[in-house]
Design a protein around this ligand. Structure first.
Ligand code: TXE
Length: 514
């Protein structure tokens, strides 16, 4: 797969591989124009698998962010988009879905270069992203209000208005997927927006805004600023012209955003990840459970908000399940995302690698035993990247920090329980209730446990599937609000009551006195 000029054994320049795509333009998008950051600053964007420079992205500052908000505000207040018919909005969303499907491979390549995930995973992401645009096109076409029962002589209507200007702040693990969960419903609702991708992974977000412009979105509806969270993200969050901040990222940043937004009583929608238990009861199909347990935690090197990083196994099933897991974990092939046969890529950055390694060390300090992995691969091809071997630790204590905090890396911890009540208690030791799994052959027992678990999604005999039609979001500290589904559209809408008196008469209270 390497180019002729790449010395044997050295990591390839990923931008020169056969099939590698052209990069999007490194530009801010403000009011329909593409331009550099006003101060001229840039930031390197790096491939996490090799350390190669991919792009010098514009490094916007707070003034750029405010200019983008002004553009989105003007497009909302005076532009055509909020008043465009739902049929026309739906047609635009469908054109975007067509373009994503047309450019699926190029988009997938960009995502793989930027995030390190395998091309197969990136292609799946792109297919699902196209489906998200199609789903919200359908939602736009079928939007309904309500007629409320008031006395005759009047009409009372509940209608849905776009919420207004949205600041969208997205993370690095699923850059385009997370952005699409916000862009598609926001456009269906008639909103305008300023999008700020993670400074680590702006490539596919830059491309999608180009594609929205090509699809005919009016100027100023979709604005994009690249740059640091602490400056650009904060400037968006504190701007009173923003009506909603929709954020996906970590809990620490989520708290800060909620606090800042509260000053202007700006609405927030927060998806802050989770500590997601995967519970295997003793009557489960252990081959199925092992299969999904691996997928739950090693998919995209565990950098998934719903990663099933915490395996809770009934003590009677522990040894048999662990044997299957360890044997298969040892065979997981690390590699570059664009290479055939790669099953797991790097983590996103040196800082993140250090954080994940810190949790591996902490788990052992808390009393867990390292069973496989835990180190960096020794193959010199991976020296420029941020790879970590798939890791399994057993005997994790239920009450430590590792049992309740998100690791966000290829690290599986295993705990045991004795009965369903204990499984429930251990699974509930976190307030980050995004997703959980239950494996059992007893449908009623699995359903009973699933309903008790305070998590936004509970999968039974599966892990990870999600659909644009079904809501996504968490309980407790995992966030506020829902994405996808009807609920995901409602985040971008205000509910308005329209009351029309058909038989106008004077009000009684302050009318002429006798
Ligand atoms: O995320 P941040 P980080 C978790 C995961 C990870 C941890 C920290 O556990 O280890 O979060 O990751 C922008 N105002 N998740 O530090 O900071 C930032 O520029 C406004 C779970 O990389 O949350 C980026 O665009 N914005 C998660 C976005 O916030 C700010 C996915 C996310 O970055 C800001 C990723 C500020 N003050 C990490 N500071 C999930 N829910 O899936 C930063 N940002």
């Amino acid at each position: 797969m390497t180019t002729d000029s790449t010395p044997a054994g050295a990591p390839p320049d990923p931008t020169r591989l056969p099939g590698a795509p052209t990069l999007p333009e490194a530009a801010l998008h403000v009011a329909g124009t593409r331009r550099p950051a006003a101060a001229g600053a840039t930031r390197p964007v790096v491939d996490p698998a090799t350390g190669h420079l991919l792009m010098e992205a514009p490094e916007a500052d707070a003034a750029d962010a405010r200019a983008a908000v002004a553009a989105a505000r003007a497009a909302f207040d005076d532009g055509p988009w909020p008043r465009t018919s739902v049929q026309d909005r739906a047609r635009l969303l469908e054109r975007v879905a067509d373009a994503i499907e047309r450019d699926r491979d190029a988009l997938a390549w960009l995502e793989t270069l930027d995030t390190g995930k395998t091309l197969g995973e990136s292609r799946d992401d792109m297919e699902q992203i196209a489906q998200v645009f199609r789903y919200y096109a359908a939602e736009a076409r079928t939007m309904r209000g309500e007629v409320n029962p008031v006395p005759s002589g009047a009409v009372s209507l509940t209608v849905h208005q776009p919420v207004g200007v949205v600041a969208m702040i997205t993370p690095w693990n699923y850059p385009l997927l997370q952005a699409s969960w916000k862009i598609a419903p926001a456009l269906a609702a008639g909103c305008t927006f300023v999008l700020k991708p993670s400074e680590l992974t702006p490539l596919t977000t830059l491309r999608i805004v180009e594609m929205l412009e090509e699809a005919g979105l009016p100027d100023g509806v979709a604005n994009l600023v690249t740059g640091a969270g602490g400056t650009v993200g904060a400037a968006l969050t504190e701007d009173p012209r923003v009506d909603l901040v929709s954020f996906t990222g970590g809990i620490v940043t989520g708290r800060a955003i909620a606090a800042t937004a509260a000053r202007n009583v700006t609405r927030v929608a927060l998806e802050l990840g989770g500590k997601n238990p995967n519970v295997v009861l003793e009557d489960a199909d252990l081959d199925l459970a092992a299969d999904h347990a691996l997928n739950a935690v090693f998919f995209h090197a565990g950098q998934v908000c719903s990663a099933g990083s915490r395996l809770l196994v009934h003590e009677a099933a522990h040894d048999a399940l662990l044997e299957r897991l360890l044997e298969r974990t040892r065979r997981i092939r690390l590699g570059f995302g664009w290479e055939d046969g790669t099953q797991m890529g790097p983590v996103i950055s040196p800082e993140h690698l250090a954080k994940v390694e810190g949790y591996v060390a902490l788990a052992q300090e808390e009393g867990a035993t390292l069973r496989v992995g835990g180190g960096r691969p020794t193959d010199p091809r991976f020296a420029g990247g941020t790879f970590l071997e798939p890791t399994v630790l057993t005997g994790l204590p239920h009450e430590g920090r590792v049992a309740s905090e998100e690791i966000f890396g290829p690290v599986l911890t295993v705990e045991t329980f004795r009965d369903d009540d204990e499984a429930h208690a251990f699974a509930s030791s976190t307030r980050s209730g995004l997703a959980a799994g239950v494996f059992s052959r007893d449908a009623a027992r699995a359903m009973r446990l699933a309903k008790r678990l305070r998590f936004g999604t509970v999968w039974i005999n599966d892990f990870h599937p999600y659909y644009p039609e079904a809501p996504w979001g968490g309980f407790g500290e995992s966030g506020i609000g829902r994405e996808l589904g009807r609920e995901g559209l409602a985040e971008y809408q205000e509910t308005q009551h329209l009351y029309w008196n058909l038989e106008p008469a004077g009000a009684d209270w302050f009318g002429p006195q006798d």
